[in-house]
Design a binder for this molecule. Structure first.
Ligand SMILES: Nc1ncnc2c1ncn2[C@@H]1O[C@H](COP(=O)(O)OP(=O)(O)OP(=O)(O)O)[C@@H](O)[C@H]1O
Length: 616
C-alpha cells in the first residue's frame, strides 16, 4: 500500500516536472534572441541592459522617499519644527529628481529599442534571404517549406527584439518586485508569497492561450498566402489588364473578404476566451491584493505602522499590482515570441542536403553532355515527367527538342542545368556526373533562357548584363550581346539607350513589347561568353517573323563553339539543328536530323506537314 502511494507520488512529481520542462523548454529562445541582439549591436545592448536595471530599481526608491515625505510631514505638522519642514521639502526635491531620472531612463530605453529594432529587423531579414539563396529550386516549389519561409519573414524580424525587450522588461519588473518585496517584508513575511501565488493561475492561462494563438498562426499560412496572392492580383500592374477586362475585381475582392471573415471568426473566438479567462483569473490576484490592502489600513488605524509606512505600502501595492500584471503580459508575450522564433530557427536551421561535388573539370574532356537512361518524377507526383531519356550532345553540336505541351521539354532542361536531380539514371558532362561538378563551375559553363525569363525592373543594360554578373556594367559587352540578339537597334532608339529604366515599378520606367523583352533576354544569353552550353527555351516565340528568321540564320554561326539546346514549337527554326529529338509523354519518340526525321514519316513528319500546310 505504502509502495503504491509512493509510486503514485513519484509519478505525479514526474508529470509535473515534465510539464514544467515543457513550459520552460518553450522559453529556450530567450538566450538565442539575446545573442542575436548582442551580435547586432553590442553597445546598444549594454546600454539597454543598464537602463533596464536603473528603471527596475528606481520605483522602489521613489516609494521609499514617499514614506519619508509623509513621515516628515506628520512630524513637522505635529511639532512645528522647521528642520522637519526642511526635511520634508528636501525629500520632495529628491523624489522629483528621482522621477526625472526615471522618466529620462524610460525615454532612453525606448530610444535604444527603436534603434535596435531597425538594425535587428535588417539583420534577421538578411539571414532569411541568405538562407533563401542557398535553397534549391524544389524548396521554392514545396508549398510547406515556402510557407515556413514566409511565416519567418512576415513576423520574425520584429519578434527577436520583442523577445529581448520582454526579457529585459521582465528583469526590470522582477527587480522592482524584489525592491517592493523587500519593503513589504517589513510589514509581514506572509504578504509576499500570498501575492505571488495569487498570480499563478492567470500566468498558466496566459501561456495556454499564447500556444493556441501560435497554432492558429501556423495553420493559417496557406490562407495568408492566398490573401497576399489576391492582393497581388488586384494591385499589381502586370495583372491589371486581365483583371479589368475580365471584370475579375469584385470576385477577387469577395474571395479576399471571405478569407478575412474566416480568419477573423477564429481570432475573435480566441481573443474573447483569452480576455474572459484573463479577467476571471486576474480577479483572484486583485482579491488577494485588496485583502492585503485592507490589512495595512487596519494596521495603520491601530497605530502599529506609521502614516508614512502606510503611504509607502499602499504605493508599493498599487505599483506591485501593475508590475505583476506587466510580468504576466511579458511572460505570455515571451511565450508567443518564443513560438514564433522557433519557426524562424526551424527555417534557418533546416538542413539543406547539398551535393558535395567539387570537380572543376571532367574525366573525358570534350565529351559533351550525355543523358543515360534518365527518369524524373516531380516531388509529390506519381507519374514520371521523363522516362528513359538517353542522348549524347557533342561539343559544338546543336540539339533541338520538339514535342507537344507537357511532353517534358522544359523538365529535361531543368535536369540538365541541375535545378533538379534525376530520380534514376545519370547526366554526364565531360564524362562526369553533374552531381560531382562544383555547382558554380557547372553554372558558369551554361547560359540558359527559360520561357518565363525574368523581366528585371533594372536598366536595359543591366537586363543584358545580368547574363554575366562579373561584367554586369560592361557597356561594350552589352552592345555586342544585343547586336547578336537583334536588340541593339531598338535599344539605341530609346532616349537613354542602354541606361533606360525598364518596367513600370520605378520612376521613369519604360515598358517593352513582348518581342523586345525576348530580344533582351536573348542578349542576356549571349552575354555569357564563357558558357559552352547554350540553352534556349522558345527563345523567339514572341518575335516577329523577320527578327526570328535573322536570328536563326546566324544562330549556328553565333554559337559556333557552343553546344546548343533549343526548344521550339516552330519547325522552321529547329531544322538548323544537327540533331532533333521528338519527346512524347516524357520519352524520346524519334531522333535524327531534319531530313532523317522527315524520311522516317513519324510524328515529326506529321507535325511538320501540318505547320507547313498552314503557311501555304
Ligand atoms: N514544377 C512542377 N511540379 C510538378 N509537375 C510539373 C512541374 N513542372 C512541370 N510539371 C509537369 O511535368 C510535365 C512536363 O512538363 P514540362 O514543363 O517539361 O513540359 P513542356 O514539354 O516543356 O511543355 P510546354 O511545351 O507546354 O512548355 C507536365 O505534365 C507538367 O504538368
Amino acid at each position: 500500500m505504502k509502495n503504491m502511494i509512493r509510486r503514485k507520488k513519484a509519478n505525479a512529481a514526474r508529470l509535473i516536472w515534465q510539464r514544467l520542462r515543457q513550459y520552460l523548454g518553450l522559453f529556450q529562445y530567450n538566450a538565442r534572441a539575446i545573442i542575436l541582439v548582442w551580435s547586432t549591436n553590442r553597445i546598444l545592448t549594454i546600454v539597454l541592459a543598464i537602463l533596464t536595471l536603473i528603471a527596475g530599481l528606481l520605483p522602489g526608491a521613489v516609494a521609499y522617499i514617499g514614506k519619508l515625505i509623509v513621515d516628515a510631514v506628520v512630524h513637522a505638522s505635529g511639532e512645528a519644527q522647521t528642520n522637519y519642514r526642511t526635511n520634508a521639502l528636501s525629500y520632495v526635491g529628491l523624489e522629483a529628481l528621482l522621477v526625472i531620472l526615471l522618466t529620462g531612463t524610460q525615454r532612453s530605453l525606448s530610444l535604444c529599442q527603436s534603434l535596435l529594432r531597425v538594425q535587428l529587423g535588417q539583420k534577421v531579414n538578411v539571414l532569411i534571404l541568405e538562407k533563401a539563396l542557398t535553397l534549391d529550386l524544389p524548396y521554392f516549389e514545396d508549398s510547406e517549406f515556402y510557407d515556413k519561409m514566409n511565416t519567418a519573414r512576415r513576423e520574425a524580424s520584429s519578434r527577436p527584439l520583442s523577445l529581448v525587450n520582454r526579457t529585459f522588461k521582465l528583469v526590470q519588473d522582477a527587480l522592482s518586485l524584489v525592491a517592493y518585496g523587500g519593503l513589504l517584508l517589513q510589514f509581514s513575511v506572509w504578504a509576499v508569497p500570498v501575492l505571488a501565488f495569487s498570480a499563478v493561475p492567470a500566468f498558466v492561462a496566459e501561456t495556454r492561450f499564447a500556444l493556441e494563438a501560435f497554432r492558429l498562426f501556423r495553420w493559417r499560412s496557406p490562407e495568408n498566402r492566398q490573401q497576399s496572392y489576391l492582393e497581388t492580383l488586384i494591385a499589381r500592374e502586370d495583372y491589371a489588364k486581365e483583371v479589368k477586362l475580365y471584370q475579375l475585381g469584385p470576385m477577387l475582392l469577395q474571395r479576399y473578404r471571405d478569407i478575412f471573415q474566416r480568419l477573423y471568426g477564429e481570432d475573435r473566438d480566441l481573443t474573447v476566451r483569452r480576455g474572459f479567462w484573463g479577467f476571471l483569473l486576474g480577479l483572484l490576484s486583485i482579491a488577494a491584493f485588496y485583502l492585503a490592502y485592507a490589512w495595512i489600513v487596519l494596521e495603520a488605524i491601530a497605530h502599529r505602522i506609521t502614516l508614512g509606512d502606510m503611504t509607502m505600502y499602499l504605493m508599493v501595492f498599487r505599483q506591485g499590482q501593475s508590475t505583476f500584471s506587466s510580468i504576466l503580459t511579458s511572460i505570455g508575450g515571451m511565450y508567443e515570441d518564443n513560438l514564433y522564433l522557433s519557426n524562424l530557427y526551424e527555417f534557418l536551421e533546416q538542413e539543406i542536403p547539398k551535393s558535395n561535388g567539387q570537380a572543376t573539370f571532367g574525366l573525358i574532356p570534350h565529351d559533351g553532355v550525355r543523358f543515360e537512361d534518365v527518369y524524373f518524377t516531380y516531388p509529390g507526383k506519381s507519374q514520371p515527367a521523363l522516362k528513359g531519356i538517353s542522348l549524347h550532345l557533342k561539343p559544338g553540336e546543336k540539339l533541338a527538342i520538339v514535342g507537344e505541351n507537357g511532353s517534358g521539354k522544359t523538365t529535361l532542361i531543368k535536369l540538365l542545368t541541375r535545378l533538379y536531380v534525376p530520380s534514376r539514371g545519370r547526366i554526364l558532362l565531360d564524362g562526369l556526373d553533374l552531381q560531382s561538378w562544383d555547382i558554380s563551375v557547372l553554372h558558369r559553363r551554361m547560359s540558359v533562357i527559360f520561357q518565363d525569363f525574368v523581366r528585371y525592373q533594372f536598366t536595359v543594360g543591366e537586363n543584358v548584363g545580368v547574363g554575366d554578373v562579373k561584367n554586369l556594367e560592361d557597356l561594350e559587352r552589352w552592345q555586342i550581346a544585343s547586336e547578336k540578339s537583334q536588340a541593339k537597334p531598338f535599344i539605341e532608339s530609346m532616349p537613354n539607350g542602354f541606361f533606360t529604366q525598364l518596367g513600370r515599378w520605378f520612376k521613369g520606367g519604360t515598358e517593352l513589347s513582348g518581342g523586345q523583352w525576348q530580344k533582351i533576354a536573348l542578349a542576356r544569353a549571349f552575354m555569357r561568353t564563357e558558357a559552352d552550353i547554350l540553352v534556349l527555351d522558345e527563345p523567339t516565340a514572341a518575335m516577329d517573323a523577320m527578327a526570328e528568321a535573322e536570328i536563326f540564320e546566324r544562330l549556328s554561326q553565333l554559337t559556333k563553339n557552343q553546344m546548343l539546346v533549343l526548344i521550339s514549337h516552330r519547325f522552321s527554326t529547329v531544322r538548323i539543328a544537327d540533331k532533333i529529338v521528338v519527346l512524347s509523354e516524357g520519352t524520346i519518340l524519334e531522333q535524327g536530323t531534319h531530313a532523317e526525321l522527315l524520311k522516317a514519316q513519324g510524328l515529326y513528319q506529321k507535325l511538320f506537314s501540318i505547320q507547313a500546310a498552314g503557311y501555304q
